[in-house]
Design a protein around this ligand. Structure first.
Ligand code: GDP
Length: 430
């Protein structure tokens, strides 16, 4: 019996898709515990490409139970369209293979409108949201005015919940120059979509606890990265939920003691999308080269990701806040051919050395990276499947990363292909 949490240990885009897919084949239950329909995994199974942004990766594998936990904010219209698209590709989705937490809050069309109105009207620095209403839906959750999955089952409750939400939203919309919400239309839309969502509604906490007691293997699938965590990320340039491993417990309703292994996904260098501090950023041709070799462009927007050398300070920190037991180091092959590699081992700030990223925004912005240099390798590591396939300097690099972050490598990924992986420790091993 072993339950594994997968978290991104940088700013997202670490290559979680491949690793989650690799692990989901071995799991019985795959659960999402935070975020919304912004995860953006592409899975290739037996030559078929599946695109998922809300449903857990296990959904494409027969015989697995996929779970959407209460920590997720759920857009019911998106849910239905993602299910339909997958069904069109021959994936069987039933209430036996997909369960959605009854206490998950909904994303409504008014949340997306609010998101977009704020991002376009705001003269203050943009956060760079995806405009899908995820942030405003989390605000309503904490503001105790969410409509939750279970509310769809009772019309009187639904009306009460909608009225409660609209008191807040209409006032906000007035300030932003938007029309008041069309209450009747919203209610009609919710009534129309309700049966399709309620089919999958379940007391997920109970199902997961029973699965755990029954010796099932549960994979908790994180989205984004720990540096985007609402508490421990580079606030305010963060996502609107907790991303770190503890959220797997609160976002599904299992106890923290039920988590046996936390796997941090770590890219062999650093990238970040959009605004916010990034001490080891390279704006020179090396950064350019990392971006081109690593195909660091947004999958939806095509936007260039900011790139830099591996920042051991940040990963040491996220390994601590998520209690990472082992990392999956991805995209090592992108470093092939560099004569010299650098690793950021600390920051200098006002003549002082720091071994962590300070919390205050102005201090974060003034941190200068302190680098350690290592010799690179000219050989290709692409597709390596054992340590013996790796050049000596690549092994030295991996060992130094382990030392600096204080956490061992459990998996090493050397290409986008699922089998191009070196397994050191099986996270699911008893
Ligand atoms: P996520 O946002 O963390 O889920 O990241 P993705 O799963 O979207 O991965 C980002 C990209 O990196 C995808 O195009 C993957 O195919 C690719 N990728 C993953 N692992 C490796 C690797 O080890 N080497 C290379 N070259 N590409 C990889």
């Amino acid at each position: 019996m072993a339950n594994v949490v997968v978290v991104g240990a940088q700013w997202g885009d670490e290559g979680k898709g491949k690793i989650v897919d690799w692990l989901s084949e071995r799991a019985d239950v795959i659960a999402r515990f935070q975020g919304g329909h912004n995860a953006g995994h592409t899975l290739v199974i037996d030559g078929t490409v599946f695109k998922l942004s809300l449903l857990p990766s296990g959904i494409v594998r027969p015989g697995k139970l996929s779970v959407i936990g209460n920590g997720v904010v759920l857009d019911p219209w998106h849910l239905v369209s993602e299910i339909e698209k997958l069904r069109g590709q021959g994936v069987e989705i039933t209430p036996e293979t997909l369960m959605i937490a009854e206490n998950a809050p909904l994303i409504l069309p008014i949340h997306g409108e609010l998101d977009r109105a704020r991002e376009s009207a705001n003269s203050i620095a943009k956060i760079g949201t995806t405009g899908r209403g995820i942030g405003p839906a989390y605000e309503d959750k904490v503001g105790r005015r969410s409509i939750r999955v279970a509310d769809l089952a009772d019309d009187a409750t639904l009306e009460l919940r909608v009225d409660r939400a609209l008191v807040h939203h209409d006032a906000l919309r007035k300030g932003l120059g938007l029309e008041p919400v069309d209450r009747d239309r919203l209610l009609a839309d919710l009534r129309a979509i309700a049966p399709a969502v309620l089919d999958y509604a379940a007391p997920v906490w109970k199902v997961l606890n029973e699965a755990r007691r029954g010796g099932k293997r549960i994979l908790f699938e994180g989205a984004q990265g720990a540096l985007l965590d609402i508490d421990f990320g580079t606030y305010p340039y963060v996502t609107s939920s907790n991303v770190i491993a503890g959220q797997a417990a609160t976002g599904t309703g299992i106890g923290p003691g039920s988590i046996d292994f936390v796997l941090g996904i770590v890219k062999a260098y650093t990238t970040r999308v959009g605004e916010g501090p990034f001490p080891a950023e390279l704006t020179d041709e090396i950064g350019q080269r990392l971006g081109e070799r690593g195909h660091e462009f947004g999958t939806v927007t095509g936007r260039k990701r900011r790139c830099g050398w591996f920042d051991a300070v940040l990963v040491r920190q996220t390994c601590a806040t998520s209690g990472v037991n082992g990392i999956a180091l991805t995209k090592l092959d992108v470093l092939d051919g560099f004569e010299t590699l650098k690793i950021c081992t600390g920051y200098e700030l006002d003549g002082e050395m720091l071994d962590h990223l300070p919390t205050a925004a102005d201090r974060q912005a003034r941190c200068t990276p302190v680098y350690e240099e290592m010799p690179g390798w000219s050989e290709s590591t692409e597709g390596a499947r054992s340590w013996a396939d790796l050049p000596a300097n690549a092994i030295k690099y991996v060992r130094r990363v382990e030392e600096l972050i204080g956490c061992p490598v459990a998996l090493l990924s050397t290409s986008p292909e699922r089998d191009d992986t070196i397994l050191v420790t099986d996270p699911f091993a008893d």
